[in-house]
Write a protein that binds this ligand. Structure first.
Ligand SMILES: [Fe+2]
Length: 286
């Protein structure tokens, strides 16, 4: 499974897509910010043409970013008009009432796509659906549990600090995802790559999810190069460069995560780590 966020449609995007195209992947997961249309529908069209050679051959599963909201007063009655029409995901199949959050199973992984830009408080429909969906997960059938969200809950880049979509959504949902032993939470939004250790409530926790920011797909706004110094202990790897990530699930216990930079040959990985499944760890049983 490939991961690339904040894709856009630049020469950097083309480089990311070329890299993705060189490997035989099953599915692309995109944690938001697709076309960077800035409400110009022709840019949604050109983005569709750009990704069509890949997206017509493999499932591209996406969730929304801030660039998908597109709610201009007088022009739009509802947010997400173009996104919901052009990137309709199979949300009904997972009992969700919205294209903005849904889940599915693929190759031993239960993937949950969350919405940073729709209600996420504990009384919200999204929260209630998430709690219901997590309860149904059968870790014998899908040992791996992965979540994607646009605005990252952990981030040591100087960009996008303190935004409600990160801080308040984390405050609302972190306990729930910890309780159900989510393996990895992917974010985008910050145009860089960062990998954290297992974290719960801002500290290392052996039963917490690993957080990975993969907002480095290649959009027109460029890279987020400034970082909080010194690096927090919970951040294990961070670099502002364009690229994409791959998660290879080998079996119920082991998966390999790699980050590939566009500057290098596809065969070269710049960050690589073996992940062990949380639900099977005796001291982290659900
Ligand atoms: Fe964003």
């Amino acid at each position: 499974m490939h991961y690339a966020g904040d894709l856009g449609q630049t020469e950097w995007t083309k480089s990311t897509l070329d890299h993705i195209n060189k490997s035989n992947y099953d599915m692309l997961l995109l944690p938001g910010d697709l076309a960077y249309s800035y409400i110009f529908q022709i840019l949604w069209d050109s983005f569709g043409h750009l990704v069509d050679p890949l997206a017509s051959r493999r499932p591209w599963m996406v969730t929304q970013g801030n660039h998908e909201v597109e709610k201009i007063p007088l022009l739009h009655r509802e947010p997400f008009t173009a996104y919901n029409a052009r990137w309709r995901m199979p949300y009904e199949e997972s009992g969700s009432d919205s294209n903005l959050y849904y889940s599915f199973d693929v190759a031993g992984v239960h993937v949950i796509m969350l919405g940073s830009y729709t209600d996420f408080g504990r009384e919200s429909k999204q929260y209630k659906w998430l709690a219901w969906d997590l309860k149904k997960v059968n870790r014998k059938k899908t040992p791996w549990l992965v979540v994607l969200v646009h605005a990252p809950w952990y981030n040591s880049n100087a960009h996008h600090q303190g935004e409600s979509e990160s801080v308040d959504m984390k405050a609302s949902m972190e306990d729930l995802l910890y309780q159900f032993r989510v393996d990895v939470i992917f974010g985008g939004h910050v145009h860089a790559y960062e990998r954290f250790t297992r974290v719960y409530k801002d500290k290392h926790d052996k039963c917490g999810p690993i957080y990975i920011t993969i907002g480095d797909g290649g959009n027109v706004e460029g890279l987020a190069t400034e970082y909080i110094d010194p690096k927090p202990k919970i951040s294990l790897f961070r670099e502002a460069n364009f690229g994409h990530g791959t998660l290879e699930v080998f079996n119920a216990t082991h998966a390999l995560w790699n980050w590939h930079k566009n500057d290098n040959d596809e065969a070269i990985t710049s960050d690589s780590v073996w992940l062990t499944n949380l639900s099977l760890k005796s001291d982290c049983h659900v």
